[in-house]
Design a protein around this ligand. Structure first.
Ligand code: NAD
Length: 290
């Protein structure tokens, strides 16, 4: 079992840290917001007063932060200086591949082993410890990280070198965003046509269009309950990563561009702090049905 420094105890990080404590690891956490720290202490972990204190002496350093700038701030302003040489750094945040590559290269210069390991599965996947984890980095580091992945996830794969995990996560997010957009259109169509939308979406969920999003979210979408979950603001960030990744890979992804615009519309209409299933509100607005 390892000593773990865990930075970023939000919607995803808090339950992940709790699972690591339950698996027998000695977890010290830090977050700028106190709620996650209190939850970690209640679960049997320790609270640190800063990044340096959380990661000093840790064998494994974990980050689960919102965006590129937070990861850069925490690595370049703390971890690179304070983590002990040889420490295994696992960044679960969803950020740009180039940022992951820069952080990994800087870590290597300091003798740190850095993996990008963005996740899919949402808050429920984190709470149930069944996340899918897409990992970029060295094979030996991936193998060393296995006990951590087993504590928080169910499916994990090494998909290439540094940054590769972020490309796979971008691919994941364009599928998730596109699926939400189409589920929203299906609901708007059924309701506008006066059919029983609840019965309709239930029968759809049993056919070829079945999906985990329909399983988990169809009832809350029909009820117009958009408590996050995964915030529109974060999905907007992820669509930016996906469109930039398409550009750097020199491919045309027209559906991704459309979904990115719908998510941007959700944000500019003030839905940024709502769950990404609130794409339904944008689709309703387009048909004058809000
Ligand atoms: P969140 O905003 O709930 O949590 C992030 C935490 O990081 C917050 O508690 C915040 O206070 C903390 N933080 C920010 N800057 C910090 C700093 N400098 N030092 C210490 N703590 C700091 O976000 P989340 O939903 O947990 O998402 C985290 C990452 O996981 C994001 O990159 C997101 O895209 C990704 N993700 C989220 C979900 C989801 O369903 N929520 C699913 C898959 C992936």
């Amino acid at each position: 079992m390892s000593t773990i420094g865990f930075v970023g105890l939000g919607i995803m990080g808090a339950p992940m840290a709790r699972h690591l404590v339950a698996a027998g690891h000695d977890v010290t956490g830090y977050d700028v917001a106190p709620a996650g720290l209190d939850a970690l202490v209640a679960a049997g972990g320790h609270a640190a007063s800063g990044v340096a204190e959380a990661v000093a002496g840790a064998e494994v350093v974990i980050t689960m932060l919102p965006q590129d700038e937070h990861v850069e701030e925490v690595f370049f302003g703390g971890i690179l200086e304070s983590a002990k040489p040889g420490a295994l750094c696992i960044d679960f945040s969803t950020i740009r591949p180039e940022t992951s590559q820069r952080v990994a290269a800087a870590g290597r210069e300091r003798g740190l082993r850095v993996l990008d390991a963005p996740v899919s599965g949402g808050e429920k996947g984190a709470v149930d410890a069944v996340l899918s984890i897409m990992v970029g980095g060295e094979r030996a580091d991936f193998e060393a990280a296995r006990p951590v992945f087993e504590a928080v996830g169910k499916t994990f794969e090494l998909v290439g070198g540094s940054g590769a995990g972020q490309y796979v996560k971008a691919a994941n997010q364009l599928i998730v965003g596109g699926t939400y957009g189409l589920v929203a259109e299906a609901i708007v169509l059924m309701e506008a046509a006066g059919v029983d939308a609840k019965a309709g979406i239930d029968v759809i969920a049993g056919g070829l269009a079945a999906s985990r999003i329909l399983d988990l979210k169809r009832d809350s979408m029909l009820a117009r309950s958009f408590e996050p979950g995964f915030r529109i603001d974060l999905h907007h960030k992820d669509m930016g990563i996906a469109t930039a990744a398409a550009r750097s890979a020199d491919v045309s992804l027209p559906m991704t561009g459309l979904v990115a615009s719908l998510v941007a519309a959700a944000r500019s209409r003030g839905y940024g702090t709502l769950d990404h299933s609130a794409l339904l509100k944008v689709v309703e607005d387009l048909s004058g049905r809000s």
